[in-house]
Design a protein around this ligand. Sequence first.
Ligand code: HEM
Length: 399
Amino acid sequence: MASHQELFNPLLPEFHADPYPFYHRLRSVAPVYQAPMGLWVLTRYDDVVMVLRDGRFGRDGFEQLLAAAYGGDTEAGRLPRSMLFRDPPDHTRLRALVSKAFTPKVIENMRSHIQDIVNRLLDRVQGAGRMDVIADLAYPLPVTVICEMLGVPTEDQGAIRQWSADVAQSLDAIGLPTDAEIVTRGRAARRALGEYFRRLLPERRRQPREDLLSLLIAAEEQGDKLTEGELLATCVLLFIAGHETTVNLIGNGLLALLRNPAELARLRTDSTLLQSAIEELLRYDSPVQRTARITNTDVVIDGQTITKGSMVVAAIGAANRDPAHFTDPDRLDIGRRDNRHVAFGFGIHFCLGAPLARVEGQIALGTLLRRMPNLALAGTPTWRASSTLRGLEALPVSF
Ligand code: HEM
């Protein structure tokens, strides 16, 4: 049996390449597992759902734990925490301000525009016979959409994208020993993004548009709904969420299909399966592999006491392969029924962008398969360094 050190170590190259055998072992050997560095890791579906919906697990205390591990962040000008790192009632207030912009109905109305973007991106490469799915489609699609929604000028988009990548990489520090430099860079990038949005404010106050920035400014100007800092933190969260997640649904999803040719062929012959295929791809190789909470009281699970103030990792990627919940969990089945995966989380923090991610995924993969009937891997796909967010650096294909 593997030593406890190896049970949960996303830094191991084998774990990074394929975390699922590790999750299975951990789930069967120690489903409520205290890792050597103190945090608890939960890999069973039911436990993950419990952590995400139970008020005994919250967000308060995160910063203190991170500061204890990596040093405090006392510099002036720091952004307040976004809704993702707040508990009610602040979480409820901040989420309500933007939730109307992400309802399934609003997003459905964006379908033809999203289709236009996908068509344009594929037109650029169609004649070449090969493409890097990440650079040519999976990344630019959600980035274009979220920048348009927020109101980020097109000419700025290239310059500010590195900050998003830096913040995303620093997420691994939540629960993993991470290079302090990565953490520092992540904090600086988050601040820089906040400053970037702050600079857009005066012009937008003078001349509101139909974008989220203007919507948030209107709310701020009404008085007690949100502070300027909270407004900026919301923009930064949406910007990063739009840059670092859906890209991985499209990339991981297409790779899974290419590695499972029978399922790929099934989807090609029956496009009505597209919706359930997207859900299955989200389950099968989840773009967000884990999240975490802090216990605000002692909690006993399976006879083990997790003391108040502990960090608890909800291993989303493991829950989505739990055989107690999914029949034959390691099999890709694009027609899977009753697929209640937790790729978008669960409970009050359930992904606000889920309707948008789903539509982007459906249109990107659906169009790719329709327009490129001979799609095949044309090189070895490489994984990005981060392990909280699981996604490919490059996915070369020919068609
Ligand atoms: C396939 C793509 C995506 C996946 C897998 C994903 C996954 C998740 C997960 C797991 C959470 C919950 C985290 C937790 O409970 O700690 C979450 C929250 C969130 N997501 Fe997504 N996400 C995706 C795309 C997006 C997009 C496109 C946006 C918006 C542009 C977005 C915005 C958000 C926001 C604002 C939250 C915080 C909600 C809250 O705290 O109430 N996500 N996402």
